[in-house]
Design a protein around this ligand. Structure first.
Ligand code: ADP
Ligand code: MG
Length: 205
């Protein structure tokens, strides 16, 4: 996977987030403050502009630029968390001109570690970690088994996001609701599933 691949991934994320903006906002309206769709739409449109204005020289540079842009443009919890995720991915791939599936598996693990270091959420806390952690495991497992890693990760993220529905939130704004947060899908887990579905779509188009 080369620099154009990562630029295409961000294009795909920007498109899918724009399409799903209202859905993400509805999820956040139920257990948060109804800004998750707007936050990510604004953030990834800014990422697209930043990548076009200053075409990155490597996959790592694309990922770091995307992450820094999200941190700068998105207020709220998700900007720093996703920003850190992409920055950590970028640092993990370094200045490699091509990212192998094995290196992408490492980079995804670094993204998860960055999110957990910043937000200190564990699986089961009803956050994006509930989609990202199983996706990272599925990606690595598929790389080891010679399977379709993006496909496996996208499916695991979707299942992880759906599995947040019955959970009570222990991190983020939704945790203020206590048990009343149960019965709703976590918006950040839903957007993480979109981001991994975009990775799958980029790999196959
Ligand atoms: P805000 O909560 O500030 O309005 P967003 O609505 O953009 O920000 O994002 C909310 C999402 O951020 C949540 O659905 C959850 O997935 C994620 N999130 C919040 N706090 C944390 C945390 N400490 N660790 C991991 N993810 C978190
Ligand atoms: Mg919100």
């Amino acid at each position: 996977m080369d620099t154009p691949f990562f630029t295409a991934w961000f294009e795909e994320i920007t498109d899918v987030v724009a399409v799903q903006r209202e859905h993400l906002t509805e999820l956040d309206a139920a257990i948060g403050d109804a800004d998750h769709g707007a936050n990510l739409d604004r953030g990834f449109k800014a990422v697209r502009e930043a990548l076009a204005a200053k075409p990155p020289a490597s996959p790592g540079a694309a990922l770091v630029l995307a992450g820094s842009t999200l941190i700068r443009k998105v207020g709220g919890a998700s900007g720093p968390l996703y920003g850190t995720a992409f920055r950590e991915m970028g640092k993990a791939v370094g200045d490699a001109p091509e990212v192998s599936p094995e290196l992408l598996a490492e980079a995804l693990a670094a993204a998860l570690a960055g999110v957990q270091k910043l937000g200190s959420a564990e699986e089961g806390d009803k956050t994006m970690v509930d989609a990202l952690a199983p996706a990272v495991r599925a990606f690595s497992q598929a790389v080891r088994d010679g399977g379709d890693a993006p496909e496996a990760a996208a499916r695991a993220a979707l299942e992880g996001a759906a599995a947040t529905i019955p959970l009570t939130a222990r991190k983020g704004r939704a945790s203020y609701l206590g048990p009343r947060s149960a019965g709703h899908e976590d918006p950040g887990a839903a957007s993480t599933a979109l981001i991994l579905e975009a990775l799958r779509a980029t790999g196959t188009r």
